[in-house]
Design a protein around this ligand. Sequence first.
Ligand SMILES: [Zn+2]
Length: 261
Amino acid sequence: MSWSSGWPACPTSEIVTVVRSDGLRLPMRRQVAVMTKTLIDRTEAMGYDVNPDWTWGFACRPISGTNRPSNHSRGLAVDLNAPRNPYASASWHRRNARGTFPFGLRIVCDIPESVIRLWEANGWGWGGRYKTKPDPMHLEFEGTERDAAIITARLSPLTKPPTTSRPPTSGDPEVPYLESDRDRMIRIEEQLTGKVDGSLRHFIQDQDKATRKYLRGQIEEEGQVTRAGTLRAIVNQTEVIKAELDALFVKIKRLADRPPG
Ligand SMILES: [Zn+2]
């Protein structure tokens, strides 16, 4: 374990609050907070209602009746619907258990076996398996910090995550916003896409500008050619007229010089 375990090391600065829209506020160690949220979302999606008033996370306390720190004091444990899944001696559980039991264990527990399997498959130990004093409400993460990161990345949230990172909502100022690896990847991807789009837009605008400038130059050049041609034609025409006038002048002069007779 790399969780700096040990009593009385209650890592208050490492604790964040997992918040659900049903009113659940669950203080948990930040490295397992996103995973806890996803697992509770999935638990509810499997049909097991997690009551916000009966569900607890971080608590700085020893294991009941001992001097040893509970995993709740490390922010790695969750109690689900405590009154329905009591922490009691094996004999009490045997006396009071009714109906069906997860994994054939004779305990008072309303958590479906499929839900327990889900948590166990993701590295959480379940207290319902304790022999002398079953604690079926209790689930605790048993992996390392590295395991927590890997499992969190693997567990995709049930609902589509927000497409942009958002700050904590104003109604809940003390709740830190938890950005999962998946959220972070989506945010980075969007930023990159935005940059590529922006660059493309600029490139097209630049190309457009260059094309227009080139065409304008062409038109100006053609205009000059046209004007030059017109001038040349006018000059030519003028020379023709001048030559005709010269010829006419010579003819008039000759007539004027003829002796009268
Ligand atoms: Zn517990």
